[in-house]
Design a binder for this molecule. Sequence first.
Ligand code: NAD
Length: 230
Amino acid sequence: MKKINPTAYQRIVFFTGAGMSAESGVPTYRGAGGIWRAYDFAEYACQEAFERNPEKVLRFHELRRQAVLDCQPHAGHRVIAGMPEAFVVTQNIDGMHQRAGSEGVIELHGSLWRLRCERCGAAREDYGRKYETLRCECGHWLRPAITWFGDMLDEAVMRKASEIIDSCDLFIGIGTSGTVWPAAGFPELAWQAGAHCIEINPEPSGEACYHQSIRGKAGSVLPELFAAEQ
Ligand code: NAD
């Protein structure tokens, strides 16, 4: 595998999806072991479900938080965290990149570790296995600040990600199937911007906008790809 010297690039973007975390043991949404095979998203992950029964939805997200806390970032997360000048744009909500040490991670679909109040607009971070509180200081239920089925994406976050990708010169897509839009359009945006585009995925994703596809797992490919040349 041809090694990458990160100092040869002005702006590196790592664009990650569920496959990045799957290697740490975080369940995917689809496929074997996917959580929406065991749970109906209409009962647990949409605004209507929250309005019907906020406590049930919050307790479900608490279980997801516990499942994530039982997993650890892998060597691939640590390689990325070791390049603080690179940008991380993730579709994941699990905070694994941050636990490995990455800062300024752009979370396209929100975070399991943030809550917001839809009545007064307050937001809070909460990192424990159990939520510190399910209620805002104003008395309203707190809602997980993640993009549920049927939710609009955060426009400001999408704009920021697009701007960064539009001006990168190395784009590395990892563990994403390229099926969830509009994030699935990011490889093409990087390609159009003239970036060198690399994909890391054990399976073909069907995305055409990569100069190089490395068929392997993030946890072993990333350390090898960025190992210093002897
Ligand atoms: P996806 O589930 O559609 O695709 C995952 C991809 O990862 C597949 O192409 C698979 O071949 C690949 N993969 C599996 N193991 C890998 C490994 N070890 N290294 C590299 N690649 C590997 O995921 P997606 O494209 O991210 O879309 C799913 C959506 O679901 C996203 O929008 C995301 O927000 C959400 N999601 C997030 C989490 C999380 O936060 N961990 C988990 C599940 C789903």
